[in-house]
Design a protein around this ligand. Sequence first.
Ligand code: AMP
Length: 179
Amino acid sequence: MMGPPGSGKGTQGVQVATAHSVPHISSGAVLRAGAGPEVLSQMAAGELIDDETIAGLVWARLDEPDAAAGFVLDGFPRDVAQAGALDAFLQERGEALDAVVLLEAPREDLLQRMLARAEIEARPDDNPTTIARRLDVYETETEPLIARYAGQGVLRRVDGAGDPGEIAERLAGALNAGS
Ligand code: AMP
């Protein structure tokens, strides 16, 4: 699952995972559950944490038995180095990504959703300053992956505007169309 912060990767990723009976693996959730204070403060500032730290956590999670038959990965990879590392990791296991879903939504929708989520989840990085930084980091670090996955023929662009039920339908359609 790829897309800017607030695009619905988590909400939609859980649904796709449930529909396909595979685990939803969110790098952000893995970090929020177990990272130390230094990493948590980097997250609270909207900065990416270093590639080796996050990759080590993600590989460990992908090695768990429930991910053997497939998984929905949400929030990883987030930069070119992570994408290269993921390709190598999967290649070594004789696997490949079936699809990379890119959820796209207008910046105004993203801001509204993150501010609404702040009220409910109280995530320390859902505040206006950090949100702006996270959107910038997405543009500079993560957006370059779009061309990479388009080149690999696995990219599925999904309109992420509107309500979650409509988005889920479009997403399921995009996955079926590509399979
Ligand atoms: P998310 O839950 O995906 O919005 O991620 C929340 C925060 O966790 C991000 O803003 C980063 O600080 C950190 N994070 C999550 N995934 C990664 C990743 N793949 N690489 C680096 N930092 C990450």
